[in-house]
Ligand binder design. Structure first.
Ligand code: C2E
Ligand code: CA
Ligand code: CA
Length: 598
């Protein structure tokens, strides 16, 4: 008989694929398999036993007892026969059998062989568990039964190992690892055409973390398991489902569903509409769905999942809770994430952060009354990063307090130097909405002002309307306290958001800063001229000093002075610059337009 016989079913390739999918070949020894070879040797009273996987050209030993070799060539080996058989295969004396008498195994001194095939659930012979002896002999029916049982135990162990790390223990659904493998395999055998993947986050809003806190992780697990079941029943074999995160699952749509992504998305939403019982509480998930079309094989599985993560992030803020992957957002997200991540290190680094100071000029006499402190960040790889790019994100995290603490310390250090040098300059510091929600913000700021030896009247706090809108009672209380010590309070970016002068009037603010977008349009927009003029008049009536930001041209400056705007700030007067440059500029007698005839 030649080796040809082994290809009896014509599906050797499928068998080898099934074997490779186990990911067991060439893995290190493991006690759970070694235990079984020891047992086989003892029960069948044979000096040697192996658990063998039948690869293309070799027999590789997942476990071996009594020998050192890790593999042998397949040719003229009884294990090859066992692998393709249905039952225990016995060779009482190899030397007496023409199929094996001149093979490597016989040459190594083996006379007796008995093995049972390892058969997968799909019916593929993957290998054997066998015993050998250096003396010819036969085996009893009982011993055959033992070998069969041992083969069954090996298969259980193989099944178990292939599931560990591949199935989510809470839901029983395949995990991210299997998602990767499936996408990879589809890429290899790709039939062409586009495919679609979805990522569903069951909780589009922060409500889940609240739910988790209130009801425990069981709650989230029950929600997830219920949702996965509903999706599986609804899609059947038109999609495969993977449990990839505590509240997230990915779906790989089949060809039919991929051709109608909108339909698939609507279906997911519809399937998740029916409330899911989570420990007796019916919950309707508020799911966000990210979608990504891709060419199988043209993108790595990790990249695909990353794109889906990006898409689902966009979906969370979309009104219909759906978003398609967008490469532009991907880049932005990556950079945003990196910046946010690196900002913490920047706070501790000695040389990444600095303050720039932009003069605020009294428009009645064109003298510099003070400066606004503006944060500058030199990122080690990106170079200078504009504050608009990272501050809004930092402001949403706990790092916000540290950012402002850093700015306050540095600005007050500079203010104290200027005070000692006899320069009378107010220092304006920007505060974030989140700062004003810190219970001890006012107390800390007042403490820092005192330690720096700066007069509170020389410090101004700028904040935007949105800062007040959040928890107005607490915010107002802090502002009132600061004001009572003499700290100036300025409403920043006035007009940029929802401006309500009568509401703002309840705040202890003394200064109103008109947003730069209006000022920058003064020259070209009669409407903005009217608006700014009106704001200045009304603000004066209400007792505010008015500051115009973003003065870039002489005509704009002229208009503002004509309307008796109190102060101005802008590139025409000076760009934000270093403390030293401010000093030089002041010492040079203020090189300001019209300063001479002011
Ligand atoms: P902002 O508080 O409105 O600061 C004024 C911004 O306008 C500054 O931008 C300044 O460089 C810019 N600017 C001044 N004059 C002109 C002009 O004539 N034309 C134009 N086009 N722009 C002008 P910057 O420094 O990029 O800061 C942007 C924003 O970042 C600030 O807006 C503020 O909201 C925030 N920010 C900056 N530093 C800090 C800080 O230390 N703490 C906090 N919380 N926010 C800060
Ligand atoms: Ca400001
Ligand atoms: Ca502003």
């Amino acid at each position: 008989m030649s080796d040809q016989v082994f290809d009896f079913a014509g599906n050797e390739e499928a068998r080898l694929n099934a074997l490779r999918d186990l990911r067991l070949l060439d893995t290190p020894p493991s006690e759970s398999f070694d235990r079984l070879t020891r047992l086989a040797s003892r029960l069948l009273m044979a000096p040697v036993s192996t658990i063998t996987l039948t690869d293309k050209d070799r027999l590789w030993f997942k476990s071996r007892f009594g020998i050192d070799a890790t593999e042998v060539p397949r040719e003229k080996c009884p294990c090859s026969y066992t692998t393709y058989g249905q039952d225990v295969f016995v060779v009482p004396d190899l030397l007496a059998d023409p199929r094996f008498c001149d093979g490597v195994v016989a040459e190594a001194g083996v006379r007796f062989y008995a093995g049972a095939p390892l058969i997968s659930a799909e019916g593929y012979g993957l290998g054997t568990i066998c015993v050998v002896d250096d003396k010819p002999r036969d085996i009893t029916e009982d011993e055959r039964a033992v070998l069969r049982d041992l083969a069954g135990m090996v298969m259980c162990q193989i099944d178990l190992q292939s599931k560990i790390g591949r199935i989510d223990p809470s839901s029983g659904y395949p995990n991210q690892q299997v998602f990767y493998e499936t996408v990879e395999a589809a890429g290899r055998t790709g039939t062409g055409g586009r495919a679609c993947a979805l990522l569903v986050d069951l909780v589009a809003t922060l409500a889940a973390t609240d739910g988790q806190r209130a009801l425990g992780t069981d709650f989230i697990e029950a929600l997830m398991t219920g949702a996965l079941g509903a999706i599986e029943r609804g899609f059947g074999d038109r999609a495969s489902i993977y449990h990839v995160g505590p509240t997230r699952f990915a779906m790989l749509l089949g060809a039919e569903a991929s051709a109608d992504v909108a339909g698939a998305v609507a279906r997911v939403h519809a399937l998740l509409e029916a409330p899911i019982a989570c420990r007796g509480v019916p919950v309707s998930p508020d799911a966000a769905i990210g979608t990504c079309l891709y060419e199988p094989g043209s993108i790595s599985p990790r990249d695909l999942l990353r794109r889906l993560y990006n898409a689902v992030e966009d979906a969370q803020t979309a009104p219909d809770r759906v978003a398609e992957y967008c490469p532009l957002h991907d880049d932005q997200n990556a950079r945003r994430f990196r910046l946010l991540n690196d900002f913490q290190a920047a706070l501790d680094a000695p040389d990444q952060l600095a303050l720039a100071y932009q003069p605020r000029v009294d428009l009645s006499d064109m003298h510099c009354r003070g400066v606004e402190a503006l944060l500058r960040w030199r990122h080690p790889t990106f170079g200078a990063v504009a504050p608009d790019e990272y501050i809004p994100h930092v402001e949403r995290t706990a790092l916000c307090a540290r950012l402002t603490d850093w700015v306050v310390a540095e600005a007050l250090r500079q203010a104290s130097l200027w005070r000692r040098a006899g320069r009378k300059l107010t220092m304006s510091i920007n505060a974030s909405a989140l700062n004003l929600e810190e219970r001890d913000f006012a107390e800390r700021l007042l403490g820092a002002i005192e330690r720096a030896g700066v007069r509170p009247e020389m410090v101004e706090l700028e904040f935007t309307e949105s800062a007040v809108a959040r928890d107005s009672a607490r915010v107002i209380a802090q502002l009132v306290e600061l004001r009572s010590y003499g700290v100036e309070i300025a409403i920043d970016d006035f007009g940029a958001g929802y401006s309500n002068l009568s509401y703002l009037q309840q705040l202890p603010a003394s200064v109103l800063k008109i947003d730069r977008q209006f000022v920058m349009r003064l020259e070209t927009s009669p409407r903005d001229q009217k608006l700014v003029q009106t704001v200045i008049r009304m603000a004066h009536d209400l007792g505010y000093r008015v500051v115009a930001e973003g003065i870039e041209t002489e005509p704009a400056l002229d208009m503002l002075r004509g309307w008796t705007c109190d102060e101005g700030q802008g590139f025409l007067l000076s760009r934000p610059t270093t403390a030293v440059a401010i000093e030089d500029w002041l010492d040079a007698g203020l090189n300001l337009p019209r300063a001479a005839n002011a």
